[in-house]
Design a protein. Structure first.
Length: 251
């Protein structure tokens, strides 16, 4: 009989997932980081999108100390977080056909940019259409998803396809269907989701790879520093001034 607590069990599950992703996705992480570095070096812009709780991972790489200043959030009204009322509206909007195209057609994305699309299931209309439409515009797409969903669930997009089918690079988070790592006989539903932990780690690994790739080419990566350390604001002001035409969260 195990003496481990539910907290121990969750940490063990999360660590095992991180180790699996580290081993299995190394090549794709390298490819995604190189894609972002290529985009920056060529003068392109970077964007990230996620709906619902997937938006947490997108926001984690935007305007972030230690992160690339050029990463912008592609926001879709009503689906960025759980602050919309009722919170279930965000889930409903993810299934609306045509919403992604309307957002992209009025966004600053253009040929030569890169877009990170995050969707745990990858089955809803919004992320699938987002990736399809972005690629049609000449945007390169990195998808972050759990590939298992494509094998065990049905697509909610009219094409019958999933996010993974419309990306230049796919990062598989390895999260099991249902996104809950723990079960107890005394609790009727599985609990303790780990997708945010794994997805944010995946993306930070990609960002680190991109920064290193740029430096390896002799290009100083446009990184932000914390505003809570001495000199941080001055550093960031210089970065904003140099790259202001590629940063949209300040406009």
């Amino acid at each position: 009989m195990s003496d481990s607590t539910p907290a121990d069990q969750f940490f063990d599950a999360a660590i095992a997932l991180l180790q699996r992703v580290r081993a299995d996705e190394a090549e794709n992480i390298e490819a995604a980081g190189t894609l972002l570095a290529d985009t920056v070096a060529a003068g392109g812009r970077l964007f990230a999108f996620g709906a619902g709780h997937s938006s947490l991972a997108a926001q984690d790489i935007v305007y972030r100390a230690g992160g690339l200043a050029l990463m912008n959030l592609l926001a879709v009204p009503g689906v960025v977080g759980v602050d919309v009322m009722p919170a279930t509206l965000g889930s409903a909007l993810e299934r609306v056909d045509g919403l992604a195209s309307a957002v992209l057609d009025t966004s600053p994305l253009r040929d030569g940019d890169a877009l990170v699309v995050i969707s745990l299931s990858g089955r809803n209309a919004l992320p699938v259409e987002m990736a399809m439409r972005a690629r049609a515009l000449g945007v390169r797409v990195i998808g972050v998803t759990s590939v298992a969903y494509a094998a065990e669930t049905s697509s909610r997009h009219v094409s019958g396809t999933y996010l993974k089918d419309h990306c230049d690079v796919v990062l598989d988070s390895k999260i099991a269907i249902g996104d809950a790592e723990l079960t107890l006989d005394t609790i009727p539903a599985p609990f303790a989701p780990a997708s945010t932990v794994v997805t944010t780690a995946l993306l930070q690994a990609v960002m680190a790879t991109a920064a290193s790739s740029l430096a390896g080419r002799g290009i100083e990566p446009p990184l932000l520093r914390s505003g809570n350390v001495d000199g941080g604001h001055d550093w960031n002001s210089r970065v904003f001034e140099q790259y202001g035409d590629r940063i949209y969260y300040r406009q």
